[in-house]
Design a protein around this ligand. Sequence first.
Ligand SMILES: Cc1ncc(C[n+]2csc(CCOP(=O)(O)OP(=O)(O)O)c2C)c(N)n1
Length: 918
Amino acid sequence: MNKEISDSSFLNAENALYVADIFKRYVANSTDVSPQWQSFFQQLNDTEKSVLLDLSRGSTYVKPKASSSAKPSVTQDIKETELSLKASTIADAYRRWGHYAATLDPLGLTLPKGHPGLNTKAHTVSEADLDQPIQGFKLGRRDTLRGIIEQLSKVYCDKSAYEYMHIPNLDETNWIKRRLETAPFALTEDDEIEVFEWLVKAELFEHFLAKKFPGAKRFGIEGCDALIPMLHDILTRAAADELGNAVIGMAHRGRLNTLYNIMGRPYEEVFAKFMNKSPNHYGKMGDVKYHVGGSVDVMLHDKPLHVSLLYNPSHLEAINPVVMGNVWAKQHDGTPNALGILVHGDAAFAGQGVNAETLLMSQVNGYSVGGMIHIITNNQVGFTANPSETRSTDYASDLAKSVNAPVFHVNADDIESCIFVSWLAYSYRQEFKKDVIIDLVGYRRYGHNEGDEPNFTQPVMYGKIKSHKSVLNQYEQFLVEKKTLTQQHANDIRKKYESKLVAAYDRAADWTFENYTSHSGRWEKTHPNNHSQEPKTGVDEALLKQIGTHLSTPPENFDLNSKIARQLATRKQMMESSSNIDWATGELLAYGSLLIEGTPVRISGEDCIRGTFSHRHVGLYDQTTNDVTFLVNHLPNATAQLSVYNSVLSEYAVMGFEYGTALANPNRLVIWEAQFGDFVNGAQIIIDQFIASAETKWDLYNGLVLLLPHGLEGQGPEHSSARPERFLQLCADDNIQVAIPTTPANMFHLLRRQIHSPNRKPLIVMTPKSLLRHKLAVSNINDMSTGSKFQPVINDSKVAMKASKIVLCSGKIYYDLLENRSSDQNIALIRLEQLYPFPAQELSTIIAQHPDAEIVWCQEEPKNMGAWTHVFFALKDMGIDANYVGRPSAGSPATGYTSVHQAEQSAIIHAALTPKRT
Ligand SMILES: Cc1ncc(C[n+]2csc(CCOP(=O)(O)OP(=O)(O)O)c2C)c(N)n1
């Protein structure tokens, strides 16, 4: 506390120690001090008393030698001390509430609402008190209270404002306080000219597009132009600090400006796009120009930085967790300090729940990326909606305070404060490894897009904007007036940039597009559509046994849970007998063998360390110490690690994060697991906008695996279905893979195939629940050993030829059918283990063995769900008409009553196993 006070208080000067010393004597014996001091100390509040007490503990006060003249009286001392204490409280008020009095709106339409705590009357300060000299703002300086308040007001209530006193960590608040109050930030003339040049780039780029392509959508940054020099400033600092990688996520607003100015993509390209020339490399269908991303190597003040702007869907804020996951991967693949920058809209930041989910991950192990820098380009309008319509909070940024992130608000017309704030945010992130928010308050010069009429809905605001000078023009005037620039120099800078744009425009008609989606480096060996052969994913039997035995052996001196000990013993038997290998073991053998091959594996999801259904137990918890150990990470000869994390209770952000992680490196197996598959629809935006469509839109590959526990087991509507129909409806263009494995060996191969395959496609797996422990759902070791591979279709070994009926099915219903088929029934049960890409060739070879068979598709999901529609058309394409056996269509996936479920299930099995009447 002492340091805190001496760092921050007005009481840190000579008189403070003097008063503290008297206070110490007063506390020891109140009559030891004069009656005036006694009554002064009596009326102090608790905070003030504790301040003095703390000071007195470290007090080394030596009474000044009495001088012959002008010795201050006790009354004067008390008065001055009283004022010092008040000054201290007032300073605290400015630090807490000063932001309410700052002038943040460049248009002057939203006036500062102020705060009663900033009123001197609230601190019982009289007019006369204001002019009393007291210990000043800086150590040892004497000033009047009026002067101190002026200084506080300049720091906290000018055109930038700071919310940081909500942060409970004193190191952080003191760090920020020091930078605001005692470290004046000044740009050199060279800095100022550089900032001016970036403003020129920002504004002239938009003007040029507006002139050449009037009315075309470009989602201009005009009104928040400061974003561009701020981004440049942050990236330059990142390059100087050799962070290696910066990943940016942003929506439509200012995106073209960022791509072509900040990322340095050729202007010819954007002009060609506005001329409606189509690049032919962004996937099969492409995307609009303000969704495109890419990666570039830039040199910033002679320092290199790899900058990626991630491809972005229209779905606002969805990119945020993707960026975070991407940064995590980059930090684990060679650039441990890689930086994430997110640019948000004001309405979107406040409105989209994914922001709460993403911020929630920001300090969680396995997800934290050492802080992201957020910039809200706050143009004070969301499409046509006013702030009062888009939030219930004072600021668009208020959510950020939930994770104790500091928030720096800044008026976008005060460009030098904007640069100060970007420096402060960057430095804070570097110092504390936490998220930080910049709320860049500006305006939007035109409508939501340039063809939109803003006067329909915001006539007053747009009346004001019409005559409002741009930040570039304001800054130019400022620099010319202070003689940093001559008008001629300013004009030359503008002309130079403009002629660059003109020259690029003249070349644009003949422009051939380059591909900025990187399939080089790590992605070089990835081929988009190569399924020609099922890769051989089997592993040497001896190695499998070695891995399995290791995974059955608890560490020495480990207090293991007795039930887990039994599980491990059973696993040991599996390895000894080479048979009855269960689901958990099959899965762990896949991970263990990949780690030995050098492939890192990452698994994340709610409770995934244990597994929702208590099958995985990849972490063993010591029953005495609670220490967790991951046997799989101690495999001899393993050169990679399994990173497995129980995630925050979110689907949307966590799946987005994992998608971003998988996007960074094709050679890491990244897995997201749902608690129950039913909850996957909370992440529907990630599935639709990224997983299913990224390759088609953006030519982006991704090997993410989704494990979705699925199956109707009488647990009610919400613990039954991972909605396979939804994924199957999305299948086209060879975009994803959908599988429902029924054996541990097939699961083992599926997981390994994801790395051994020449392509990278998201893999959606409907995983089992009851099958995790089903006595028939087991495999032999030779189903996984060298030469074996994933089987997209599993034939019926009992009825391999000339069946009278074929029951095609997927998933756990196979075991219900198997257990109910009597030995004299000539019915073949054929399992489709992969539904997309549809294994037509394998299936037709099998079906050809049963030339006279009736073919039915049997499923437990209602008719309008499950795989029926997908299978129906796939079979049609093969010239096969199959009949349906299953539940009728329904609005809900499953009944809430176990008895009804059982009756329905029995009826389906009975119907499927009843031969057709002839
Ligand atoms: C999830 C989502 N909902 C709705 C929209 C439609 N939409 C596009 S821009 C926009 C307004 C965004 O306002 P703001 O976040 O303030 O950003 P600005 O456009 O003002 O920069 C809306 C509602 C969308 N793209 N995404």
